[in-house]
Write a protein of this length. Sequence first.
Length: 271
Amino acid sequence: MTKYFFSLVSLFVMLYVNNTQAQQAINIAQEQRPQYKRDEYLTTLLTLALNAAEQPAKLNTVNVHPHQQRTLIALDSDAIDLYWSMTSPDRETLAIPIKVPLFKGYIGKRALVTQQAFLNRFENITTLDQLASFTAVQGHDWPDTKILASNGLSVRPLANYEAMFGLVANGRVDYFPRSFIEVSSELIQVNNKALVIVPNIYISYPSAFYYFVTKRKPELADALYKGLEIMQKNGSFDALFMKYFSADLKALPFESEGVIEIKLDNPYFKP
């Protein structure tokens, strides 16, 4: 009877521990803007990676102001555990970067969104020096802003992400660089027929988009890195990426001959 009793107690303890692990909560920062397929992809990838590492969790979203640097600083509080962002040396000091490029380098390939009436301005642009005569818009705290400026490009920083599309549509700036995995879904969401992708040139620079984990939870960072490594090895990482983005990438107008890639340096990126 005593042996049976202790066996039963052990079973209840195991069930309790397993249930507790399954209900671990992770608070994810969510910017207050339209949510795109890239956000769904990152959430799905996060879930699958933690499951692969045998550390399933309940994901809670916490609305944050669309100020990336401020959100990364907030990872030092108890309110937020995880955020995803393009990396920079400064950002990597604020939280634990999980150094697995979530968008496979496409975050650094940038289509130029411009006003339909401005397309002819870009027809004969083939060099960085020529592009420097135009003005781009970028987030005031985005790493991209520093990257573009360090390469001699004129950049107008702005705090309001959605207003950037309006600036381009109204001709207040010449173009808005958007990554290959963002631009198609963004233009659909914005739904402004005045906005188009410049078809004959794009810019590129080495960069990466990472998960960032609060320094309070190194065990979460370890589990996430482990899970992503497992997914890379078994092919499920690539399969998920292609499921979400292959159609958008194929639809971009950069496969024809004569398309110019203007390569930029990125002094703020260390793989």
